[in-house]
Design a protein around this ligand. Sequence first.
Ligand SMILES: [Zn+2]
Length: 289
Amino acid sequence: MRAIDRALTHEVFNDLKREEAPLREDVEERITLAHPRSYLESIKAALPAPGEDPVRLDPDTVLSSGSWEPALRAVGAGLHGVDQVMNSDSGISKVFCQVRPCGHHAEKARAMGFCIFNNIAIAGLYARAAHGAERVAVVDFDVHHGNGTQDIFWSDKDLFFASTHQMPLYPGTGAASETGVGNIVNAPLRPNDGGEAFRDAMRSRILPALQNFSPDIVLISAGFDAHEADPLASLRLHEDDYAWVTEELCEAAERSAKGRVVSMLEGGYDLSALARSVAVHVKRLMDAA
Ligand SMILES: [Zn+2]
């Protein structure tokens, strides 16, 4: 978060409207759009008290006494972003949510991969429940497959999920054969694939499917761990690839979704590459707004 904060102090971001991710009164109710109430309660029950040791929800996902508020604020950021872009009076059509923890691995009833609640799926379901968006699309370019979002969207033809990701890699899902009810598009990439393969997967599979789906809002699971410098995986994307895909997704949103885009931060573990990549992503969102 500090690395991104520093990158966004550059003067090209002077016009960026910044808001703190809110702690909303309706956040628990909204979480249950994507997760059973029993799951929410189980997370609450697992929270250590201040001074107690953190607990592991899975081998990667640690819950400390300080985890609850940021988890709720991460969800709240997506809700607030959706409120902004769906309300035509706001004058805002592009939002980036700089949040931790990330969300796209969290399944309906399972925390995993650093993720507690599925921020982006909750945001998408909220766009439908609270704002009448009929068709909601999530495009996920994190290097890991967004198994949680896929799990939550799986059998609903009005929810679209498309992902590029390295395969094989954690969490092991995301084969091209996983298609839901025709609403899921997985375009796995091979280790060492770079921008050309990424753009080809987007151009040949994901962008045409997205256009065909004709979403009312485009949500982006924006993970930047497919960057060549990232230590957790071995794809070879660069900042210009993130700039390109951001422009393409904004153009897609222009066609059917009145330009409405809410992007939420997922992974990204080389802090310098993360900061530079977020900077180009946010700049392109600003340019398209
Ligand atoms: Zn990731």
